[in-house]
Design a protein around this ligand. Sequence first.
Ligand SMILES: Cc1cc2nc3c(=O)[nH]c(=O)nc-3n(C[C@H](O)[C@H](O)[C@H](O)COP(=O)(O)O)c2cc1C
Ligand code: SF4
Length: 431
Amino acid sequence: MTGKKLFMDFAITATSHTLAEYQARGGYEALAKVLREMKPEEVTKEVSASGLLGHGGAAFPAGRKWGVIKLNDGQPHYLCMNADEGEPGTFKDRWLMEHTPHLVLESMLIGSYALQGRHSFIYIRGEFDLSYRRLADALEEAYADGLFGENILGSGFSCDLVIYRGAGSYVCGEASAMLTSLEGKKGYPRNRPPRLTVQGLYKRPTVVNNVETLANVPYIVKHGAAAFRAVGTAKSPGTQLISISGHINKPGVYEVEYGYPFAKFLFDDCGGILHGQQLKCVIPGGISTKVLTAEDIAPLVLDHASLVDAGSQLGSQGMIVVAEGTCMVRLLQVMLRFYHHESCGQCTPCREGMGWLEKISTRVVAGGGVPEDIARLYQISRANDGTTICGLGDAAGYATVGILDKYRHEFDFYIEHKRSMFDGRLEVAAA
Ligand SMILES: Cc1cc2nc3c(=O)[nH]c(=O)nc-3n(C[C@H](O)[C@H](O)[C@H](O)COP(=O)(O)O)c2cc1C
Ligand code: SF4
């Protein structure tokens, strides 16, 4: 057991994505309650009281973001769901869209009502084909049932939804880049201020929320903020969907109550490390979070405070498990190749820095590294800290420093011997 569950305790069947089955399980009852009994600002108040935190990486309180939108300012307001999910190791939003697309749509309707959004958007990662088809089919069903369009359920509230497919860029998951891409332009992140809640899509007040963040909203309005707060910890209420992959026996998506013991999750719920190997480390929240060693993990629980105290973050809740015998020099090189490829090139420290980080790490892996390379990797990583428009540059730096700090001896060995300290041992394990 991974603690209490809020929205993932139903069985997945061949038809669990359909409107009929979602309604049979109480689906769209939260929407009906909202439209019947609550004013838009009361919905936002309930979400604020629940303490719901964002699940897109930064754990920003959802109610606080919604509360900034001035409902009677005479402007159109937009709600945009961030379904880009490009962070390596992260695939929990995909699970929601494939298995419960109507929950995703119901959450968009309730959020749009709270923000008085007449037109709303889901920006979905281009590569997510099944998720897109499930959402598009569900939207068609919902329109046919009067759940979208004019005068929804006779309430006077009207809302249309557009599902927009991205074109495979990681940086378009960054909220401002996403909106720029949605406007039909090249997906460059924007400088802040102005914040997106002041000038977002088409320069109008806009809320961007992650899929999972919004998916919690129907539960909160249906059962109340107190019921939501009864699960999880005081500072991290509710649950989180963790996608786990790498050297683990039972990879997949798990709904885990905040505060659940980290080691118990890995070794009991996820079946421990592949082939009975020893755990080396875990990258806990997508590759942009700092690595945690097996010793770091032992005392931790899965909530924001616990991971921050240990020098890392829950990030996008995409865990990558790494077994003993894995070369961290090569692992870092693969990560840096990704960041270099995905940098949009607007900011000098990121554009140039990502290129050099990849070049240096590739040189080390090829056996041509020199001792000064380690200082260079540190220097370039730190040059990105706080100097770039979006978080990509920072994140690559944090990830690099995190690995260098904990596995420096592997880099020293590689540079001195021109090979990984694990070369030869992997073949033995495979035999
Ligand atoms: C490079 C980069 C990529 C991002 N990719 C995603 C993503 O795929 N999905 C997501 O929800 N948030 C992503 N984010 C975070 C978003 O900018 C934003 O904080 C989030 O969508 C807000 O939703 P939340 O408040 O519900 O967490 C990314 C951020 C950066 C810097
Ligand atoms: S930090 Fe990198 S990805 Fe982000 S805006 Fe600057 S150049 Fe583009």
